[in-house]
Design a protein. Sequence first.
Length: 421
Amino acid sequence: MSVDVVTFGCRLNTFESEAIRQRAEAAGLADTVVVNSCAVTGEAVRQTRQTIRKLKRERPGTRVVVTGCAAQTETATFVAMPEVDRVLGNAEKLSDQAWRETRTVLAGAAVDPSAKAAVDDIMTVRSGAAPLIDAIEGRARGFVQVQNGCDHRCTFCIIPFGRGNSRSVATEDVVAQVRRLARHGHREVVLTGVDLTSYGADLPERPRLGTLVKRVLTAVPELPRLRLSSIDSVEADPDLLDAIADEPRLMPHLHLSLQAGDDLILKRMKRRHTRADAIAFCDTVRRLRPDMVFGADIIAGFPTETEAMFQNSLDLVDACGLTFLHVFPFSPRPGTPAARMPPVDGAAIKDRAMRLRLRGEARLARHLDGEIGHTRRVLAETADSGRTEQFTPIRLVTPAAPGSLVEVTVAGHDGRRLVAA
């Protein structure tokens, strides 16, 4: 074994994990597992620690390096773990020099505790430059970092302290990376970032996300499918709406950072949209692109949330016509304002999360029912499974080469995914 990378969390981490692998191997590391962590919830951090302990038990001679958002925000936690040999911050994990230094540290008979961590202040990072990679190992679709960090301070969110302030990748650098992935066989590319719709505000020409989407589609005509990761609907610009309406290669699926459906809770979260804004956005986009499917993040049991407030979030699922829900039971993150707010009872949080998931399952079943009989173009992720243009999972009856695009007719579904004829 040379270097294995275990990835938690977002698509940005998936992209960065490939760059981590390249840098660690180039630095000469061997028999090493890198854990690229997530800090979005307390559960994500717990799973990271659990995985580290399991890795060390199963591979006792293997060195373990921890990086990512949890390593940045909870450095002391991972330094204190005897199973961890090295901790790298979010900036350091993409630094060739940091990986060379890591090799030197790990080459010692025992890791000096004083040298165990290399984690600098992420708020001092100003560059938006992203590494160039040729492919995403084991992934049918490619991911391209176009932005990192976040300038907003939602009261529940720890991520700006793990990622720093918003930085954008230059437009032509994004184009070059997309072209590179397309030429290495990726038929679909996902543009990703921490706060994707803030793209361009720090660049000289101040381009918007819609400008970038149009430029990529024009400059890389060989790419069949372009997709966006999570967006903040309130920041959607006119060019983005125009691309949604007129660019068939931009996939008809948007994942929205909604978080709640009650205006007072949204205000306490320091979100920048209202319930009406969310509904209006979905209505507008669906008029522009009738086949559009929406996913969304919603938090259950945010501090001070009453049953009536929760009902507004539950009703938002139908009001916006959401299909794919990511439900997060509220998890207080130390150092955030929400962690100091009056909490909701744990049993109520669990119950509300369950009810949200049930509503999401009902909406998904409705979408799956409506797909029966339609012909869809599917990106094969494995020989017998893939996803449609709308990101709906589908089981393939006829085996397909992973990464290929195949046209199939939908024969039915099993409640969670479509089944091809």
